[in-house]
Design a protein around this ligand. Structure first.
Ligand code: PLP
Length: 409
């Protein structure tokens, strides 16, 4: 069903199917209690509305499963990806904490958006490394809640993604090396400049902010479950540093315990740090230049916090090639099997592409227990975050895909 030279699938021998949530202190990383706070806060932000959960019944019939549900994050807060839920939430929490520490006041969203404490917040600079989407979220958060922002991007990130960040008033610095090199450079520069790092990945001695970032992501799965009548049997989710996957996995684990869906993490074969870590049984970096078209997933090292959740929370790890991601974008844009057309970016389709590749493979079906009545949930984590890259891949602009869809309906 998808053009591809193949995929790798590793059934996780450490998957703790029967373990209660909280074993090994997982609840100290992510919890439904902390999520409740994130949910209340993010839902109060101007422009909040749940993103659609789309059903792909024709594709499901082809793949011989009962349903495919696609949580479409293309319109999230107008910034094009689910990342709006994480980085911006962490910026909000950071500013509120500073106001509390200096003025003993719990600031509201309105306090920050109206600039009530601008005398204080405008002197704060937040910074991070990004392949695009996280930096856009942090820049949007800084713009919305009123502080300065400096974003580091690898040289390989497209000009369109760079401009989308700068559009929120952030200073954008292009730096040599990969995303992971950028993370180290930001940590060093921030220490010298007195800036505050708002990273989506954790590292030694730096865990509070990435925890807030991941906690914000859980809102996606919470919304999705409100939007469907039955709990999914399978979830396929793409992995970069793992924050997204951990945010979804821990939510499902705590809410459904041993009845939680089978959880599969899907990565680009050229940036397969979770796959390698799962095989080795400990955090293990990807090798090579990380030159995958799935820019948001081009990460060479796992976030240690996310690894602690996924090491036992994921049932399987998969890798897919760029060809599969590209063809999956086209499949969605064409409505190839008769479903409504969807605009999705390179990193946004990886989970769905992983499922589609696994679905006709007898061995993969058996290992993942995929059946004709399975209900598969995937997260379309980005729309056309770089419209030029999208056009080059799909052959049409995002608005042309949507216009063609509307003319059919
Ligand atoms: C569109 C998209 N999907 C998924 C991910 C993966 O998220 P994480 O790095 O938290 O695993 C990213 C990361 O930037 C992304 O941009």
């Amino acid at each position: 069903m998808l053009a591809s030279a193949g995929f790798r699938l590793f059934a996780n021998p450490r998957a703790a199917r029967t373990a209660p949530y909280g074993k090994d202190g997982r609840e100290a990383i992510l919890s439904l209690a902390a999520f409740g706070e994130a949910k209340r806060e993010i839902m109060s932000w101007p422009g909040y509305k749940p993103t659609p959960l789309r059903s792909l019944p024709k594709l499901a019939a082809r793949a011989d499963v009962g349903a495919i549900l696609y949580k479409d994050e293309a319109e999230r807060f107008g910034i094009g990806s689910f990342k709006a839920l994480g980085g911006a939430y962490a910026v909000f929490k950071l500013l509120r904490k500073t106001i509390w520490e200096q003025k003993n006041i719990v600031a509201s969203t309105l306090d920050l958006t109206s600039g009530r404490y601008a005398d204080l917040t405008s002197h704060i600079t937040v910074t991070c490394a990004t392949d695009g989407n996280h930096g856009r979220s942090v820049a949007w958060g800084a713009h919305t809640f009123g502080c300065r922002c400096v974003i580091y991007i690898p040289e390989t990130v497209s000009e369109g993604r760079c401009q989308a960040i700068a559009a929120y008033g952030a200073e954008v610095k292009r730096v040599a090396g990969t995303y992971d090199d950028g993370v180290r450079r930001v940590a060093a520069d921030a220490a010298v400049q007195g800036w505050t790092v708002v990273s989506d990945t954790s590292y030694e001695g730096y865990t509070d902010v990435p925890r807030d970032v991941m906690q914000g992501y859980s809102l996606m799965v919470d919304e999705a479950l409100e939007q469907t009548s039955a709990v999914p049997s399978h979830v396929f989710v793409q992995g970069g540093v793992g924050g997204l996957a951990a945010g979804v996995c821990s939510y499902l684990w705590e809410r459904y315990g041993t009845r939680r869906p089978c959880f599969v993490v899907v990565e680009p074969e050229k940036a397969d740090c979770f796959y390698r870590s799962a095989v080795a049984g400990r955090p293990t970096p990807a090798e090579g230049a990380l030159d995958t078209i799935m820019a948001g997933l081009a990460c060479g090292e796992v976030s240690p916090l996310a690894w602690r959740v996924l090491e036992t929370g994921a049932d399987a790890f998969m890798t897919i090639d760029d060809e599969a991601a590209v063809d999956c974008m086209r499949l969605l844009a064409d409505g190839r099997f008769g479903d409504d057309a969807i605009v999705a970016g390179e990193s946004g389709v990886a989970g769905l592409a992983g499922f589609i590749l696994a679905s006709p493979d007898a061995d993969a079906r058996a290992r993942l227990d995929l059946r004709p009545d399975s209900r598969v949930l995937v997260f379309g984590t980005e729309g056309a975050t770089d419209p030029e890259v999208y056009r080059a891949i799909v052959g049409r602009r995002p608005h042309e895909v949507i216009a063609a869809e509307r003319s059919i309906r």
